[in-house]
Write a protein that binds this ligand. Structure first.
Ligand code: GDP
Length: 696
């Protein structure tokens, strides 16, 4: 099979507030575009995009998988985007590889808090969007009200492209304002066929009016349509469609479609709109990276004529295949059997197989070209965010950044016989999910998992149970603090031990300095070879790293230190790697304790949107949580508060805000950075945090 021309690829993602109908809509799209033959219903639990049982149970989609389908000579790659705030990293990761988005809204619920959150994330990545107002069949459905909310709550410029035929229960199809034709669905139950009907006489005037308004709105941002509009010439369907496409790609407006996915009405028109208005990879600006040889910036067109550059954006463990590695090709062509380079690992790898994932089957292909997404298997130690590229033209694409985990909890198997299995499972999950970390407390031996929030850890536990049949107990979630130092200090340790005829010797002097927030660790060994020979330096660094896993204030990981090996000695007969490693760990501990250590706490960045009436309550509450307001904006009576608050004061905030404002506020929260604590707070934390990490 030839690779598909890049102009005919659409990489898209559905974004929505939970329950708006994202899953149902995706399902219908896969059905109409011929991938699934039996329509799965969310409530039957057979939805194809819901790969994992628990997603169906919770009604949220957690893992982003990519599914390929076809519509009228176009290839559509659907990248699944999760909806919950705790999975911000997943959302950002998806936004990185998709080119266009469909925001699914409920015709009754309208713009909800999570809609706002994903909307602003999409704005940040400049992703062109279509809005789809679903559930037009519901009692109380009001697409005009939703249009208004798009304007007021999201400051969007919505372009209504359709009017409904019938309301609520009688909703049976749409009038297409671009073509001025009406389409009725429902002669068969699955809505796979529809009939074109005349625009009903009683709606004709209204349709004319809305078409004129549409032309006017497009003309405001598009030269070609404007010229016709001013000269009062007819703007025909072809010209209007092209105009809508241009203003959408420029992010000047959002086309709005309506439908009822559940009742199988007008979903095909959404497919048409995806193809007509959302960008192909070619419409998106050139991609950026840098040369691993020179560090210079490189830009590439998304074209098959350029050398290969692909980005690994997701790794999923698969029962049959081991790991499935999802990648997007940005330039060139990836060929099965070919050799590529992973410049971050400095490794050559052979691409054995290339798979296109469809909803219910996988298809092996020979190659994938620029702009397309596929998966491969059998690649050891690749990580999310790695680049795969042409050997002769190496490039490292801008990596996806993942926030630091902010919540930790102990985890242990319910049955002691499952310890080994749990370790294996956690190893697998870590590869899939870069925001999940697992550590063992060296004193208590407890396993500690850390992630993006309470729900994130819950979901991990649930997956371990469902997919790997290991029952576990999760401790109470705690804030994931870190430890660092505030001044320069030295530590020395001479280690010598004799056991069973073997001796171990190591002697080092380490000097620690704070990096003030930059790297986790910078290790330098500027020392003469006859003091501590080069062959032991790696062991010294390993000893330091091991010591840093659990710090010495309260066992939290250490960060932000420059460690210099500045002294020591050699014992020609007894020096060993193990000896230096142990000595380094102990010297690090001494130096750390002398270097004015401090606990760092995660600070969250919040954007809160609140109506006038509740501003006082919300601000007062933020104050009591030690929030620091960084920006306050008033947009037509809607206040937008940017604030920074310690994570430890944010447990249960969703409920608190709802109670405080009777649901008239929404917020989005993400990790900002780690900041040193005051001594007073540190004492407090140390008193209350015993249990998960033990005190020395
Ligand atoms: P998601 O959470 O956004 O993925 O939403 P789902 O697709 O799981 O849908 C949530 C609920 O709304 C389910 O019970 C669906 O059956 C229902 N639903 C979805 N689309 C429609 C629709 O067009 N009309 C009506 N009445 N219900 C719908």
């Amino acid at each position: 099979m030839d690779t598909i021309p890049v102009e005919r690829i659409r990489n898209i993602g559905f974004m929505a507030h939970i329950d708006a109908g994202k899953t149902t809509t995706t399902e219908r799209i896969l059905f109409y575009s011929g991938v699934t033959y039996k329509m799965g219903e969310v409530h039957d639990g057979t939805a194809v995009m819901d790969w994992m049982d628990q997603e169906q149970e919770r009604g949220i989609t957690i893992t982003s998988a990519c599914t390929t389908t076809h519509w009228k000579d176009y290839q559509i790659n659907i990248i699944d985007t999760p909806g919950h705030v705790d999975f911000t990293a997943e959302v950002e990761r998806s936004l990185r590889v998709l080119d266009g988005g469909i925001v699914v809204l409920c015709a009754v619920g309208g713009v909800e808090p999570q809609t706002e959150k994903v909307w602003f994330q999409a704005e940040k990545y400049r992703v062109p969007r279509i809005a789809y107002i679903n559930k037009m069949d519901r009692v109380g459905a009001d697409h005009f009200d939703v249009m208004e909310q798009l304007q007021t709550k999201l400051k969007a410029n919505p372009l209504l492209l359709q009017l409904p035929l019938g309301t609520e229960n009688d909703f049976s199809g749409v009038i297409d304002l671009i073509e001025m034709k009406a389409y009725r669905y429902g002669s068969d139950l699955l809505g796979a066929t529809h009939e074109e009907v005349a625009v009903p006489a009683e709606l004709h005037e209204e349709a004319e009016l809305y078409r004129e308004r549409l032309v006017e709105q497009v003309a405001e941002h598009d030269l070609e349509v404007m010229e016709h509009f001013i000269e009062k010439k007819l703007v025909d369907a072809t010209m209007l469609r092209a105009g809508v496409r241009r203003v959408t790609l420029e992010l000047a407006a959002i086309p709005v479609l309506i439908g009822s996915s559940f009742k199988n009405k007008a979903v095909q028109m959404l497919l048409d709109a995806i193809v007509a208005f959302l960008p192909s990879p070619r419409d998106v600006s050139a991609i950026r990276g840098f040369s691993p040889r020179t560090g210079e910036e490189i830009t590439r067109e998304q074209s098959t004529t350029e050398p290969l550059a692909a980005l690994v954006f997701k790794i999923m463990s698969d029962t049959y295949m081991g790991h499935l590695i999802y990648f997007r090709v940005y330039s060139g062509t990836m060929k099965a059997g070919g050799v590529v380079v992973n410049p971050i690992l400095k490794k050559r790898v052979r691409i054995t197989r290339i798979l296109k994932m469809h909803a219910n089957k996988r298809e092996e292909v020979k190659e994938v070209g620029a702009g397309d997404i596929a998966a491969t298997v059998g690649m050891a130690d690749v990580s999310t965010g790695d680049t795969l590229c042409d050997e002769r033209n190496p490039i490292i694409l801008d990596a996806i950044s993942f926030p630091e985990p902010v919540v930790s909890a102990t985890i242990e198997p319910r049955h002691t016989s499952d310890h080994k299995k749990l370790d294996e499972v956690l190893d697998k999950l870590k590869v899939e999910d870069p925001t999940l970390t697992v550590k063992i407390n060296r004193e208590t031996g407890q396993k500690i998992v850390s992630g993006m929030g309470e729900l994130h850890l819950e979901v991990v536990r649930e997956r371990i149970r469902r997919d790997f049949s290991v029952e576990t107990k999760l401790g109470k979630p705690r804030v994931a603090y870190q430890e660092t130092i505030r001044k320069v200090a030295r530590g020395e340790e001479k280690y010598f031990q004799q056991a069973g005829g073997h001796s171990q010797f190591g002697h080092v002097v380490l000097e620690l300095r704070p990096t003030n927030g930059a790297d986790k660790l910078r290790f330098v060994a500027s020392i003469k070879d006859d003091v501590v020979p080069r062959r032991f330096h790696a062991a010294v660094e390993a000893g330091v790293r091991e010591a840093m896993d659990f710090g010495f204030i309260a066992g939290y990981p250490v960060t932000g230190v420059i460690v210099a090996l500045v002294g020591g000695s050699l014992d020609e007969e007894n020096s060993t790697e193990l000896g230096y490693k142990v000595a380094a760990s102990m010297a690090f501990q001494k130096a750390f304790q002398a270097a004015d250590p401090v606990l760092l706490e995660p600070i969250m960045k919040l954007e809160i949107r609140v109506q006038d009436d509740y501003l006082g309550e919300v601000m007062g509450d933020l104050n009591s949580r030690q929030g620091r307001v960084t920006h306050l904006d008033n947009r037509h009576g809607l206040h937008v508060i940017d604030v920074r608050v310690p994570m430890s004061n944010m447990f249960g905030y969703a409920t608190a805000l709802r109670t405080l404002t009777q649901g008239r506020a929404s917020y989005a929260m993400e990790f900002a950075d780690y900041a040193p604590m005051t001594d007073e707070k540190m004492q407090d934390v140390l008193k209350n945090q015993l249990g998960i990490y033990s005190l020395n």
